[in-house]
Design a binder for this molecule. Structure first.
Ligand code: ZN
Length: 115
């Protein structure tokens, strides 16, 4: 299971790890180019954004509080934390989604919400 999650974290197919998991930023491929595994039925929904917010919040908020204690100006903090928060969020979101897809794949998640 950990191997599949780690492959997802690296944007690779959780099954074989040989082909990319995404065809665009957050859009998974319908079928793995290397092993043929399908991913269209695996819907991560809101869990990856939740994980991303949890991680980024736990990294950034203590640093903001620390800067506040040391008297950093509001303008400086906005100029510092906004780009860092945005960059971290954009970097972590596809990794969290890949990890969730890898976890769902390894647990054999069914296509219960197909429409
Ligand atoms: Zn594959």
């Amino acid at each position: 299971m950990l191997t599949h999650v780690l492959r997802g974290l690296q944007h690779r197919c959780p099954g074989c790890g040989a082909a990319p998991l995404y065809r665009r930023y957050l859009k998974p491929v319908a079928r793995c180019a290397a092993c043929g595994e399908t991913f269209a039925h695996l819907r991560a929904d809101d869990f990856p954004p939740y994980l991303t917010i949890l991680i980024v919040g736990h990294l950034i908020v203590p640093l903001i509080l620390l800067a506040e204690q040391h008297g950093a100006s509001t303008a400086f903090q906005i100029a510092l934390w906004l780009p860092i928060t945005l960059a971290l969020t954009l970097a972590l979101l596809p990794r969290c989604k890949g990890a969730v897809i890898g976890l769902m794949w390894s647990l054999g998640a069914a296509a219960g919400e197909r429409r």
